[in-house]
Design a protein around this ligand. Structure first.
Ligand code: ZN
Length: 192
């Protein structure tokens, strides 16, 4: 049985579902809430620089007991991020499902285990915002580039020229910084 939790929207006049879920008053059974994420949702959040975004997220939560919940995040859409090779914008498709168990127990918050979230017993609210953000950003590979041949060639040439100059300067600096005593020793060795 799916019920869209309208009452989660009540606090927010803009009709955007709240990311704060009240666990204690959650009815038993399954509920779901939909979110639309745009670029602002990811703004200035490390480690990925997101230039723009359009991602639909459906968070489904099943309350199984007083303290046990099953959660599922369905995330679909796209992010605009800079290509690691040419630095121009590229589109990264988001298409992922993340399932986890949530348990209210003890007094410590613990998200160190994969797919298990421990929430302090006394907590009434669970903020799903970081969970959603991490789930989406984890779909971005560490090295993300345009498909081969689709990078901005002008940008690549400019970057390569810049790198060559930088490398040359570095070499010159390194040469100048060579200790003259080692240089003398090297010459001595070569003469033998
Ligand atoms: Zn590129």
């Amino acid at each position: 049985m799916f019920i869209t939790l309208r009452r989660f929207n009540a606090k927010n006049q803009q009709n955007v579902a709240s990311f704060k879920w009240n666990l204690k008053t959650l009815p038993f059974g399954t509920q779901s809430v939909n979110y639309h994420l745009n670029g602002d949702f990811f703004r200035e959040k490390e480690p990925v620089e997101v230039m723009a975004a359009s991602v639909e997220v459906c968070v489904t939560i099943t309350r199984k007991s007083e303290v046990d919940y099953e959660m599922r995040l369905d995330c679909h859409g796209e992010l605009t991020i800079p290509c690691d090779r040419c630095l121009e914008a590229m589109t990264h498709d988001v298409d992922t499902i993340y399932e986890l168990s949530v348990r209210q127990e003890g007094d410590e918050f613990d998200d160190s285990r994969d797919r298990v979230l421990m929430v302090p017993e006394g907590w009434h609210e669970l903020d799903v915002e970081p969970l959603i953000r991490d789930t989406v950003l984890l779909t971005v590979p560490i090295m993300h580039t345009h498909p081969d041949g689709e990078c901005n060639q002008d940008m690549l040439s400019a970057l390569q020229a810049h790198e060559a100059v930088a490398a040359e300067n570095e070499e010159e600096t390194a040469e100048r910084q060579t200790d003259p005593r080692w240089e003398a020793l090297r010459k001595l060795k070569n003469n033998n």
